[in-house]
Design a protein around this ligand. Structure first.
Ligand code: OAD
Length: 312
C-alpha cells in the first residue's frame, strides 16, 4: 500500500480524527505497558526476553498449541505472569472509549488478552478480541468450558489446571472409587472435597490423567475467532474511514494483514514507540502512546478523562 500524500503531520492526524465517523482501532500489548503489563517483543522488558530459562528454541513456542498439547506445564509456568490482575486501564484505553462516546469507533480489534477494554467501557459489540481472552478456559479433551476464575488458583500457583468434569467422570467409572470418598452422614450423598490439595495419591492420579484446561486465548497454530474475519471482511471493510494502529509490532498474522486488506484510500495512522518497518502508514506518531493520544485530544479540543490510579 502506497502512502497517501495529503496526510503527514500531527495536525493532519487531528483533522482526520475529527472528521472520521468509522474508525478501526487496531491495538496490541503496547497500550497496556503503562500499567506494568509487559508487552511481548520489547528487547529489555518484553515477555519473550524473560523466558530463556525455559530453553525454548523460540520463546513464542510458549503459546504454541502443539507444545501445549505435549507439555502444558511450560505454558502454565508462564501464565501466572500474564494473568490479568488489574481492573485499571490506560489513557490509551480511555481514548478508544472516547472515540466510542463520540460515535466514531467502528471496531476495536485488539490482540490483547487482558480484557482491559471491557474495564474501559468499550462495548462488546465494538470489540473483537482477535487472540481470544482469559475470560474462559476449555478442556482440550472434553471441551468443557469454565470461567477462568475457576482455574485461577491453579494458574497463579503455576500448576497445570485440569478439567473438573473429566476428573468426575474418571472417578465414576473407576472401581473402588466409593471406598476412597468421604460421605456426609447416612443419606448416601457424598461430599466433594473442596480442593486438590486435600486429595489422596489415588485422587492425584485421577487428576493427572484428566483433560488439561486451556485458557481461551488463541495459540500459534489455532484459528482466530470467526468474528475476526467476519467483522473485518463482511462489515468493516466497506465502512471504515480511518485506521489507527496503536502499540503493536504487527508481527503476528493474520492480524498484521488487516492493514493490507482495507481499502487503500483509507488513511492509516501508526502510534507506537518505534516505526513499523514492514507496513506503510500515512502518519507515524512515534512515542509513548498515552502521551500521543493525550496530545491528539488536546489539539482536537477533546477532554480525555482518565484516572491512572484507580483501585483494583
Ligand atoms: P509486541 O510486544 O510484539 O509489540 C508491542 C509494541 O508496542 C512494540 O513495538 C513496542 O515498541 C510498543 N510499545 C510498548 N509499550 C508502548 C507504549 N507505552 N507506547 C507506545 N508503544 C509501546 O506485542 P503485540 O504486537 O501485541 O499473541 O504482539 C502480538 C501478539 O504476539 C500477541 O497478541 C501475542 C504475541 O505472541 C498471543 O499471545 C497469542
Amino acid at each position: 500500500r502506497a502512502k497517501l500524500p495529503q496526510h503527514n503531520t500531527i495536525d493532519d492526524a487531528v483533522s482526520l480524527l475529527k472528521k472520521s465517523r468509522n474508525i478501526i482501532v487496531l491495538t496490541g500489548a503496547g497500550i497496556s505497558t503503562s500499567l506494568g503489563i509487559p508487552d511481548f517483543r520489547s528487547k529489555e522488558t518484553g515477555l519473550y526476553s524473560q523466558l530463556q530459562h525455559l530453553g525454548l528454541g523460540d520463546p513464542q513456542e510458549v503459546f504454541d498449541i502443539s507444545l501445549f498439547r505435549e507439555d502444558p506445564s511450560i505454558f502454565y509456568s508462564v501464565a501466572k505472569d500474564i494473568l490479568p490482575s488489574s481492573k485499571r486501564f490506560s489513557p490509551t484505553h480511555a481514548f478508544i472509549r472516547l472515540l466510542q462516546d463520540k460515535n466514531k469507533l467502528l471496531t476495536n480489534f485488539t490482540q490483547n488478552i487482558d480484557n482491559l477494554e471491557g474495564h474501559a467501557g468499550i462495548m462488546p459489540e465494538k470489540l473483537i478480541q482477535c487472540h481470544g481472552s482469559f475470560a474462559t478456559a476449555t478442556c482440550i479433551e472434553c471441551k468443557y468450558k469454565v470461567k477462568c476464575e475457576e482455574i485461577y488458583k491453579e494458574m497463579k500457583a503455576g500448576r497445570v489446571a485440569r478439567c473438573d468434569r473429566c476428573v468426575r467422570s474418571i472417578r465414576q467409572v473407576k472401581p473402588g472409587f466409593k471406598r476412597k470418598r468421604s460421605f456426609n452422614g447416612s443419606s448416601g450423598s457424598r461430599k466433594r472435597r473442596q480442593s486438590y490439595e486435600d486429595s489422596t495419591d489415588d485422587e492425584d492420579d485421577d487428576i493427572a490423567v484428566a483433560g488439561v484446561m486451556k485458557p481461551d486465548i488463541t495459540f500459534f497454530g489455532e484459528d482466530l475467532p470467526a468474528t475476526f474475519h467476519d467483522r473485518l471482511m463482511d462489515h468493516d471493510r466497506d465502512l471504515v474511514d480511518l485506521v489507527l494502529v496503536i502499540g503493536t509490532s504487527l508481527k503476528v498474522a493474520p492480524v498484521s494483514e488487516v492493514v493490507g486488506v482495507l481499502p487503500h484510500h483509507v488513511p492509516q495512522l501508526y502510534i507506537s514507540r518505534e516505526p513499523c518497518s514492514h507496513a506503510n502508514f500515512d502518519i507515524d506518531l512515534l512515542g509513548d502512546c498515552d502521551a500521543v493520544v493525550s496530545e491528539l485530544c488536546r489539539r482536537a479540543g477533546w477532554d480525555l478523562q482518565h484516572e491512572m490510579i484507580l483501585e483494583d
